[in-house]
Design a protein around this ligand. Structure first.
Ligand code: G3H
Length: 496
């Protein structure tokens, strides 16, 4: 159970502690931040409201700890990460319980998130050993005007202190996708978890604590964005920010100093359906892509662009599947569970009302109870409706009927977002041409968008992000290239 057994140190009274200098601490603010259970809409947990002074201390410790961590052999860093991964998986049940209570993740998906996270940490340890164990050797005479008098050795060195800010929808998995690459590359890590999801993240951090990482190397501060948000992202002690979330990331990127940024800021992933597509496959992927975790995934299918000639049939097939989705409590492992907050539910409702006023066809009756919104397919959506462009982050999916593939590509590319997209057709040649034309970081052919497997590159164009993620890219992103040049007194060519 959360906050008990091996996790007992994380909790004092009814407030979870923050993690600094290898210890669980209470904030000197004496204040806490409430985490509201999306299902009951009552306070489920409380976490410390950390102060700016506490952030300063964490940054100092992170800087000191990083210096000796960078000197820790790579195999030893990997060994500790493997240990943390095993502990994380061993304690999947209490961590999953937190995910259920604070972000209403369906029970089985919550367990999957923790297991996937353990796998990600282990994979990162192995990949780090491989790619950080190699450098380059260059000779000078390949560049015009040079003799072979210089040998250049390159290696990858850590950046320093990495600030990781994951979102509410994967507070464990998208935290470890930042923590593990940072650590294997020899960096220290300061984590600011989302408020909804903070307790899951604190439990995950405790698994790293139990694995025995040096004190100060990993810290986790909780609190109000208004108090420590900008203070963290603009802190001079931070050498790199890895952020996943909404358009706050755009503001962060404008305020951050001259440091590397890794940003993933959502998407409006289009699903283009051609006339020759296998409509049963499309319908199954629309359900999985559009409605899993109630549509609260940046890679969710967020607009269906279907050729008019097959639209009626596809809509019927999707409607039949929507009718089978279970709606209710995450503890009961329902398909559709409450969205994360009341303000999120209100925002979704605003999009639905706008679509209603402008004449969209409702395939189901709109129904809401608190934060719980029943799955809704909106047919005959037109570009003048907000839902055609905005991200509901909820179980509401618009269908736009198109008369040509070009029309579909045009709609996809007119979006400010460019995370992923997908195309369904049996003609692979056509699929490749459409993929090339879609301005998105990834295009899935005959499957719904998804970030995983976690070692695949993951990136967004335009407002969807900066840089690329995925295990290998994240390790590389959290390092710098260092070169040492050996200058020889005379050219040195191979013998013979
Ligand atoms: O919400 C954003 C995540 O990166 C999406 O990950 O495709 O595994 O659900 P996922």
């Amino acid at each position: 159970m959360a906050g008990t057994g091996v996790f007992a140190d994380v909790l004092e009274g009814d407030v979870y502690k923050y993690y600094a200098d290898g210890e669980w601490k209470k904030s000197s603010s004496g204040k806490s931040v409430a985490i509201i259970n999306p299902m009951t809409r009552k306070t489920q947990y409380k976490v410390q409201a950390c102060t700016q002074e506490e952030v300063n201390k964490v940054m100092e410790s992170a800087k000191t700890a990083q210096k000796s961590w960078a000197k820790t052999p790579l195999w030893k860093r990997a060994e500790l990460l493997h240990k943390a991964a095993a502990i994380l998986k061993e304690h999947k049940a209490p961590i999953a319980e937190c995910l259920v209570k604070e972000i209403a993740k369906p029970a089985k998906e919550a367990v999957t998130e923790v297991v996937r996270s353990g796998d990600l940490v282990s994979y990162t340890a192995e990949e780090g050993v491989r790619i950080l164990g190699e450098g380059k050797f260059l000779v000078s005479d390949s560049f015009p005007g040079n003799q072979r008098t210089k040998y250049c050795l390159t290696s990858k060195i850590p950046l320093g202190v990495i600030l990781a800010i994951p979102p509410f929808n994967y507070p464990v998995n998208l935290a470890v996708s930042k923590i593990a690459p940072a650590l294997i590359a020899g960096n220290s890590l300061v984590l600011k978890p989302p408020t909804q999801g903070a307790v899951s993240a604190l439990h995950m951090v405790h698994c790293f604590h139990l694995a025995g990482f040096p004190k100060g190397l990993i810290s986790c501060v909780t609190g109000k964005g208004s108090e420590i948000g900008d203070f963290l992202t603009m802190h001079p002690g931070v050498n790199c920010i890895s952020f996943t979330g909404g358009d706050t990331g755009i503001a962060i990127s404008k305020k951050a100093g001259m440091i590397p940024l890794q940003m993933e800021l959502g998407g409006k992933d289009a699903c283009i359906v051609l006339e020759d597509a296998d409509l049963d496959l499309v319908a199954a992927n629309i359900i999985k892509g559009g409605f899993s975790y109630s549509g609260q995934r940046c890679t969710a299918v967020k607009v269906v662009l279907v050729m008019e000639s097959v639209a009626d049939l596809l809509v019927e097939k999707v409607k039949a599947k929507v009718a089978k989705l279970t709606v209710g409590a995450p503890e009961d492992d329902c398909d559709i569970t409450p969205v994360v907050s009341e303000s999120s539910a209100n925002f979704i409702e605003g999009l639905v009302k706008d679509a209603k006023e402008k004449g969209a066809t409702f395939c189901q009756e709109y129904k809401r109870d608190g934060n719980l919104i029943w799955p809704l397919l909106l047919d005959n959506v037109r570009p003048d409706m907000r839902i055609a462009w905005e991200e509901p982050f909820g179980p509401v999916l618009p269908v736009i009927r198109i008369n040509s593939v070009e029309e579909g590509i045009h709609h996809c590319n007119a979006s400010n977002f460019g995370l992923q997209g997908c195309v369904f057709t049996k003609d692979v040649n056509k699929a490749i041409l459409i993929s090339d034309a879609m301005e998105t970081g990834t295009v899935q052919i005959n499957s719904a968008p998804a970030r995983g497997p976690d070692h695949f590159p993951f990136q967004g164009l335009k407002d969807s992000g900066i840089g690329s993620q995925g295990v290998t890219n994240s390790i590389n992103m959290m390092t710098k290239i260092k070169t040492t040049v050996i200058n020889l007194p005379t050219p040195s060519y191979t013998m013979g």
